[in-house]
Design a protein around this ligand. Structure first.
Ligand SMILES: [Zn+2]
Length: 309
């Protein structure tokens, strides 16, 4: 048997290196607008994807300040996942255009709007005017805050990842089945915890929680914002203080990125309680995945309700 010549050895080393590069490059580069979509992407994509979100979980997803690093992410993306329903309309379209990445433009195979797979609430009927505030004309975009919509997102991602990486389809199917099973077990746990408090009335700051509240049996009576996206006004705040007294409402749910002055003033006036509920993975450090998001919020709610009459 002949020993390999130096050029042959070199060729073998180069080939191995090239194969390594090809393998690394074949990881799907997934960029999401929100941390929740990134978290579900990681559940399904495992080590076959790089999943990175633009907005952090503690930021208001309606208003994200563009940074040069976002452009770099979008330039390298194979797939851009968005919440849609105009949630990102204030900041995403110019970034998409400036990225000059044809793969992720609206309508391209690498652009995925997850709202189309989910149950959407608050779809307005009739004419929308500016006087109504920042109403989302296509329906409420905070739909990921309901576990069954999380499952629908996961299924849509399984299908999309499999379409883009057919060789890994069995892997994505297995990851989906595992996620679905863990989510199903968690849903039973969450429902059991919330069952004693079904029908409790709450006030929320923004209209972030219709899907969550419907699923877990809470009734949202009014909002700290007088209209969607409009900051609190003294007259509306006074009205809330009275409504809450009259209807015996004890909880005000606030997203972490809103000013606490109006909610605190209401709580002080009528003896209610302000709870800062997390709308997204990464809202606080300990929420690192989609299931932990619900664990965190439901524990907070149950803890508050259990101390009330
Ligand atoms: Zn909103």
């Amino acid at each position: 048997m002949n020993r390999p010549t130096r050029p042959q050895l070199l060729a073998a080393v180069l080939l191995a290196a090239a194969t390594g590069i090809t393998r690394a490059a074949s990881k799907l580069n997934v960029v999401t607008t929100t941390a929740d979509l990134a978290a579900i992407s990681r559940e399904i994509g495992g080590d076959k994807i790089n999943g990175d979100s633009i907005a952090k979980g503690y930021q208001d997803p309606h208003f994200v300040e563009p940074k040069p690093s976002f452009l770099l992410k979008l330039q390298k993306a194979d797939l851009l996942e968005v919440v849609g329903l105009q949630l990102e309309i204030g900041w995403l379209p110019p970034l998409q255009t400036q990225s000059r990445n044809s793969k992720i433009q609206v309508g391209a195979p690498g652009y995925l709007d997850l709202s189309q797979f989910c149950q959407i609430l608050d779809i307005p009927t009739g004419q929308i005017t500016r006087a109504m505030g920042d109403v989302h004309p296509l329906g409420n975009p905070h739909y990921w805050l309901e576990p069954n919509n999380g499952r629908r997102i996961a299924k849509a991602l399984q299908n999309k990842f499999s379409e883009m990486r057919p060789a890994d389809a069995a892997y994505f199917a297995q990851r989906y089945a595992d996620f679905d099973e863990r989510l199903g077990a968690a849903e039973k746990r969450w429902e059991a915890k919330m069952a004693p408090y079904r029908g409790r009335k709450v006030i929320t700051y923004h209209r972030s929680w219709p899907n969550f509240c419907e699923r877990f049996g809470l009734v949202v009576v009014n909002y700290v914002e007088p209209k969607p996206g409009i900051p609190p006004t003294p007259s509306h705040t006074l009205e809330l203080i009275n409504t809450m007294k009259r209807e015996n409402i004890k909880l005000i749910l606030v997203e972490p990125y809103f000013d606490l002055r109006a909610p605190n003033a209401i709580a002080q006036a009528n003896g209610s309680q302000v709870l800062v509920l997390m709308p997204s993975v990464g809202g606080v450090k300990e929420i690192t995945d989609y299931l932990q998001l619900f664990d965190y919020d439901i524990n907070l709610l149950v803890n508050a309700f259990s101390k009330m009459n």
